[in-house]
Ligand binder design. Structure first.
Ligand code: UGA
Length: 432
């Protein structure tokens, strides 16, 4: 199959590269000339483990290329995927669809024969129909079908998620479109991946429902953690005890500083807005958004209390990104927690394996070259992101480096008993 991928950001680039690995010929398009030039020169603009190898292999095999010219990519394509950004609209939280609609207009002009136009970006229910109208208006003669094919990739494990997804969801109304989509995902049939064919509206909603539900799970366990702290429980045990119930499942029950990233905050907000505007409010998701926002503030206060006030203190911070294995800082809890601590008079010495460069665009901190460099002479250490390299710190060395043996671990990567034995005052989430 020949595929045009419009938008070479996170979703577009990973999906395009992985589809070319399936054996299709893919052209990834982006308006950003610098980005395309970098990709053409073999550079990868984002940090995603394994992506560079997939891109290099597919480029070498002649199945993957990059272009700024949308027309060249769309002409003759069997499928045109729209993978452009859908940020939160400033002010109201609705998904900003201007990039999607602009792409639709351009695609309309460029279509040369039958193609399936697929929305891959996360778009509110009804968007696929709007895109269809735009294309029909611009090109009444165009022969095409619309499909919705949301993406469920997690940053940091996106390549594996694409190769071995739990499921693929496709919304479309015609057999012809179904056949094209089936052919595109044929390699996954071999591994018996469930493919859910449904209507476009259901497909669009599945994406928001899945992300919102996961956000609910995280927020729920975070509230259980608060209760554990008051009553002397252990949230890890509570999560395990709950999660072993097959109806609940043990994933996404890790208590922490609140969810962040480019998806959950934006998608929960967009779902709330859509639901309100159609008169079917999602009160659970509304509460989740509010509780999660509040949690980041509460975590900053928790650190302040642990340090007995932070004025004039130096805090070593390990981890800045919203989760490990990414350099993505979007809606990272650190962006709320650290400015709060600075405003309260703390000096922040920070280290993150990949995120310092991105973080420096948003926060003025004392960035250090590794964990021990950040710890040296600090009044205590805070773990904000559970990077693997923070899981096995040399505890005697950490203790010797700090002015006082204080660790606030907002990701629960150490065990209280182990830390007590190592002589630390250790404060974690939802554990006495
Ligand atoms: C999320 C979904 O997991 C993907 O399935 C989806 O495709 C993606 O959004 C998207 O819509 O594009 P991602 O944002 O990469 O993926 O990251 P997650 O691994 O889901 O983590 C999101 C946030 O939740 C992070 O801040 C993480 O620290 C937090 N989290 C996650 C917890 O606090 N506890 C958990 O148990 C799990």
């Amino acid at each position: 199959m020949r595929i045009a991928m419009i938008g070479s950001g996170y979703v577009g680039l990973v999906s395009g590269a992985c589809l070319s690995e399936f054996g299709h010929t893919v052209i990834c398009v982006d308006k950003d000339e610098k980005k395309i030039a970098a990709l053409q020169a073999g550079g990868i603009p984002i940090f995603e483990p394994g992506l560079d190898e997939v891109v290099a292999a597919s480029v070498k095999a002649g199945r993957l290329s990059f272009d700024t010219d949308l027309g060249r990519a769309v002409a003759g394509a069997d499928a045109v995927f729209i993978g452009v950004g859908t940020p939160s609209r400033r002010g109201d939280g609705h998904a900003d669809l201007s990039y999607v609609f602009a792409a639709a207009e351009e695609i309309a002009r460029a279509l040369t024969g039958y193609a399936v136009v697929v929305t891959k970006s996360t778009v509110p229910v009804g968007t696929s129909r709007k895109v269809e109208e735009i294309i029909k208006q611009a090109r009444p003669d165009a022969e095409f079908d619309m499909a919705s094919n949301p993406e469920f990739l997690r940053e940091g494990s996106a390549i594996e998620d694409f190769r071995r997804p739990d499921r693929v969801v496709v919304g479309c109304d015609t057999d012809r479109a179904r056949d094209v989509m089936r052919e595109i995902y044929r390699p996954l049939y071999l591994s018996e991946t469930p493919i859910v064919f449904t209507t476009r509206e259901s497909s669009e909603l599945i994406k928001y429902a899945a992300n919102a539900f996961l956000a609910v799970k995280i927020t729920f366990i975070n509230e259980m953690a608060d209760i554990c702290e008051k009553v002397g429980g252990d949230v890890q045990d509570v999560a395990r005890g709950m999660g072993l119930d097959g109806r609940i499942g043990n994933k996404f029950l890790h208590a922490g500083p609140g969810y962040g990233g480019s998806c959950f905050p934006k998608d929960t907000l967009a779902l709330v807005q859509t639901a309100q505007s159609i008169g079917a409010p999602t009160r659970i998701v509304e509460a989740v958004v509010a509780v999660n926002d509040r949690r980041k503030q509460d975590m900053a206060k928790k650190i302040e209390t642990a340090f007995g006030g932070v004025k004039g203190k130096t805090i070593a911070v390990l981890g800045l990104t919203f989760k490990p294995n990414t350099d993505d800082m979007r809606d990272a809890p650190s962006l709320v927690i650290l400015p709060y601590l600075q405003a309260a008079g703390a000096t922040i010495r920070a280290y993150d394996p990949e995120g310092c460069k991105e973080a420096a665009k948003h926060m003025q901190l004392d960035y250090r070259k590794d964990a021990y460099d950040a710890l040296d002479g600090a009044d205590g250490v805070v773990i904000l992101t559970e990077w693997n390299e923070f899981r096995a710190l040399d505890l005697p060395r950490v203790k010797a480096a700090l002015k006082q043996p204080l660790m606030v671990d907002l990701r629960n990567i150490y065990r209280p008993a182990q830390m007590a034995e190592a002589g630390f005052r250790y404060i974690s989430v939802g554990r006495a």
